[in-house]
Design a protein around this ligand. Structure first.
Ligand code: C2E
Ligand code: MG
Ligand code: MG
Ligand code: MG
Length: 291
């Protein structure tokens, strides 16, 4: 009897595992079709200067308008895509689309020559031999100078692979800016910041939200160390004025979050930000021009 029930448990486990693998395979196939059938889109979230809330750029965030599922967030499908080179195809599409969008906003006078667009690059793409060419091609196709592009990488992928370092050096030599995303969630210590070959450090929202004793002091230390190593600092997930005040006080250069503007296809700074940057007579519904 014990044996029988043991086998039953194994079969149940087997069925669950098989169902899960089937689901992953279905999602992966659907995602390949999505890329081909134009079901992907980008939301853009404003990145603003902490001092005066002036919009300095936008982060491109991938969405999947999956039939029958609604708008799917990246956390639900990027991990599936990361199981294969599919994620590189997605990243390439994002690079192309985001750079073209910035070029269009410029042509429309909604962005100026200094406005940047940030794109998230997966660890797999970072070590793909085609990465540097993919980036250069996207910039050339959109007729943008490399400084208009920020590549966001998570810290965990950077330490491990020798190609990552080579690629980062080549990209930075091109003039593309490199940002370390989600800082504070991984394994990079403050002392490693100088070896990261990056331009910007992006403090993760979990640290921005933390109310544990010492969290504010930790943010101050991180900002101080980043600046000492020549990195600028962005904080993400800023949802209220108190967080903004503290980050500003800590010396944070730029901020991003629902307080300043939610991600959208037609991103606009939040009302208070628009008021702070719109000139006299300018309708607050239009994006502020950055003179
Ligand atoms: P991330 O790059 O750290 O992006 C920040 C996430 O925080 C975004 O979630 C954004 O919508 C959300 N967020 C921004 N401000 C606030 C706020 O004030 N409050 C709260 N609660 N959330 C805020 P999203 O768009 O769901 O993206 C999740 C992650 O998926 C991203 O984290 C990034 O790692 C990944 N991702 C997004 N787009 C791409 C892409 O094109 N390629 C790759 N490889 N990964 C992507
Ligand atoms: Mg990011
Ligand atoms: Mg982040
Ligand atoms: Mg994140």
């Amino acid at each position: 009897r014990a044996k029988a029930s043991g086998r039953n448990r194994l079969e149940v486990f087997d069925d669950a595992l098989r169902a899960e693998l089937d689901e992953v395979a279905r999602t992966e196939a659907a995602l390949r079709r999505a890329l081909r059938d134009d079901e992907l889109l980008l939301h853009y979230q404003p990145v603003v200067r902490a001092a005066d809330r002036r919009v300095v750029g936008y982060e491109a965030l991938l969405r999947w308008d999956r039939p029958g599922h609604g708008l799917v967030a990246p956390d639900a499908f990027i991990p599936v895509a990361e199981r294969s080179s599919l994620v590189c195809d997605l990243d390439r599409w994002v690079l192309r689309t985001a750079t073209q969008q910035l070029a269009r906003w410029r042509a429309e006078g909604r962005a100026d020559a200094r406005t940047t667009v940030a794109v998230n690059i997966s660890g797999r793409h970072l070590v793909d031999p085609a990465l540097v060419a993919d980036v250069a091609d996207a910039l050339a196709a959109a007729d943008l100078r490399p400084g208009a592009l920020v590549l966001e990488l998570t810290e965990t992928v950077l330490v491990s692979h020798p190609l990552a370092t080579t690629h980062l050096e080549r990209l930075r030599a091109l003039g593309v800016a490199v940002s370390i995303d989600d800082f504070g969630t991984g394994y990079t210590s403050i002392s490693q910041l100088q070896d990261l070959h990056a331009d910007t450090l992006k403090i993760d929202k979990s640290l921005v939200w933390s109310t544990s004793p010492g969290a504010a002091e930790l943010v101050r230390l991180v900002v101080h160390a980043a600046h000492a190593f020549g990195l600028s600092v962005v904080a993400e997930g800023v949802e209220d004025e108190e967080q903004l005040r503290q980050l500003r006080q800590a010396g944070c250069d730029e901020v991003q979050g629902y307080l300043l503007g939610r991600p959208g296809t037609d991103p606009r700074p939040a009302a208070s930000a628009a008021t702070a940057t719109a000139g006299p007579g300018r309708p607050t519904t239009s994006l502020p021009r950055q003179a």
